[in-house]
Design a protein around this ligand. Structure first.
Ligand code: UDP
Ligand code: MG
Length: 316
C-alpha cells in the first residue's frame, strides 16, 4: 500500500474543490448546491471551494461574488480574460490551501458525489486519485470519437503512460499541487505533467453525465489546442515521425521511379506534402520553445473574493 502523503495531526485535513468556470452562470447555483451537499457530509475533513472565472462574459462573476459573500468557505478568482481551462485550473491550484485538491468541472459532468471515495483513497496513501470515464452521456458522436482516438494516440506516443479516458477530474495531494504549481513549464497539459511525476495514482471509474445546462465551452479550436499540448508534452515521437515520413516518401519516390509510372507527379506531390507536414511539426516545437522563452504569465488574476488567504497570482 503506498504511503506517500502527509496528513496534518493537529487539525482535520482540508480538502479544496477547484472549479474552472467559463460562462457557466446557468448552472453554477445548481453546482454549488450539489457540491456543498457532498462536502458538508465529509465530517472528518474541512473544506473550501475555489471558483475560477476564466474571463466569462455572462453573469458568472456576479453569481460567484454572491456565493463568496454568502459563504466563508468559498473563494472566487477572476481572471482578466479567457485563458483557457488548463490555465484556469492552474490559477485555482495556486489559490487552493487544501491538503488535497480536487479539480472538477463546473457543469456537473463530473459528479461531486465521487469526492468522498477519492478522499478515502487519498487517506490510504495515494497521491493522485483520477476518475476514468466509463461512459459519456449527452455528448456528440464527434466529441466521443475524437476523445477516444486522442487518448489512444497519446498513449501510443507518450513517454509516460497516460491513463486512458481520464480527464482532469482528479484529487491531488498537496505535494502534487506543489510540484505542479512550481513548474515553469509553459506547455499547459496538467495531466501529462502529473503522470510524469510518477507518484502513486489510484483510479476510479464513473459514468459521465450530460452537462446540466448551457453548451460545451471546449470549442473545436480549444480541443485541438489541448490535443497539441498533450502530444508536445508527451514525447518527441511526433517529431521523430517526420523523419520516418521523409524516409517513407523517399522510398516511395524511388520505388515509383523504378517502375517508371510517371514518377514525377507522385514524387513531387508526396514529397511536398511530407515536407510541409515535417515543417509544420518542427514549427510547433519551435513555437513551444518560443512560448517558454517569452515566459509570459499563464494567466492574470484581476481580483479575488472571499477567504483569508492572500490573493493568488501567477509568479512573475
Ligand atoms: N472552461 C474554462 N475555460 C475555457 C473552457 C472551459 O474554464 O476556456 C471550463 C468550463 O466552464 C467547464 C470546464 O472547463 O467547467 C470543462 O469545459 P466544458 O464542460 O465546456 O468541456 P467539455 O466537458 O464539453 O469537454
Ligand atoms: Mg463539460
Amino acid at each position: 500500500m503506498p504511503r506517500d502523503i502527509r496528513l496534518p495531526h493537529d487539525r482535520r485535513p482540508l480538502i479544496t474543490a477547484v472549479l474552472p468556470c467559463y460562462n457557466e452562470a446557468e448552472v453554477l447555483d445548481r453546482t454549488h448546491v450539489r457540491l456543498t451537499a457532498v462536502l458538508s457530509r465529509l465530517l472528518s475533513y474541512d473544506h473550501e471551494i475555489v471558483y475560477v472565472d476564466d474571463g466569462s462574459t455572462d453573469g458568472t462573476w456576479e453569481t460567484l461574488s454572491r456565493l463568496a459573500e454568502r459563504s466563508r468557505s468559498v473563494r472566487a478568482v477572476k481572471l482578466s480574460r479567457n485563458f483557457g481551462h488548463q490555465a484556469a485550473c492552474l490559477a485555482g491550484l495556486r489559490t487552493a490551501a487544501g491538503d488535497a485538491v480536487v479539480l472538477i468541472d463546473a457543469d456537473l459532468q463530473d459528479p461531486p458525489e465521487l469526492i468522498p471515495e477519492m478522499a478515502a483513497l487519498w487517506r490510504e496513501g495515494w497521491s493522485v486519485v483520477s476518475a476514468r470515464r466509463r461512459s459519456r452521456d449527452g455528448e456528440t458522436a464527434f466529441k466521443k470519437a475524437s476523445a477516444y482516438a486522442f487518448y489512444r494516440l497519446l498513449s501510443a506516443v507518450s513517454d509516460h503512460d497516460p491513463a486512458l479516458d481520464t480527464g482532469d477530474f482528479r484529487l491531488l495531494d498537496r505535494r502534487v499541487v506543489a510540484l505542479l504549481t512550481a513548474s515553469p513549464d509553459k506547455n499547459l497539459y496538467l495531466r501529462g505533467r502529473i503522470s510524469a511525476f510518477g507518484l502513486p495514482e489510484a483510479h476510479l471509474s464513473y459514468d459521465r453525465d450530460a452537462r446540466q445546462a448551457g453548451s460545451t465551452k471546449y470549442t473545436l479550436r480549444k480541443m485541438v489546442a489541448l490535443a497539441r499540448n498533450g502530444l508536445l508534452d508527451g514525447s518527441a515521437a511526433p517529431l521523430r515521425l517526420t523523419s520516418w515520413l521523409g524516409a517513407a516518401v523517399l522510398a516511395g519516390g524511388l520505388a515509383a521511379a523504378a517502375v517508371r509510372r510517371d514518377p514525377r507527379v507522385l514524387a513531387r506531390s508526396g514529397a511536398f506534402g511530407a515536407q510541409a507536414l515535417a515543417l509544420g511539426l518542427v514549427g510547433e516545437y519551435l513555437h513551444a520553445v518560443l512560448r517558454q522563452v517569452q515566459d509570459r504569465p499563464d494567466y492574470v488574476v484581476e481580483r479575488t473574493l472571499g477567504g483569508s488567504a492572500p490573493p493568488a497570482s501567477a509568479p512573475p
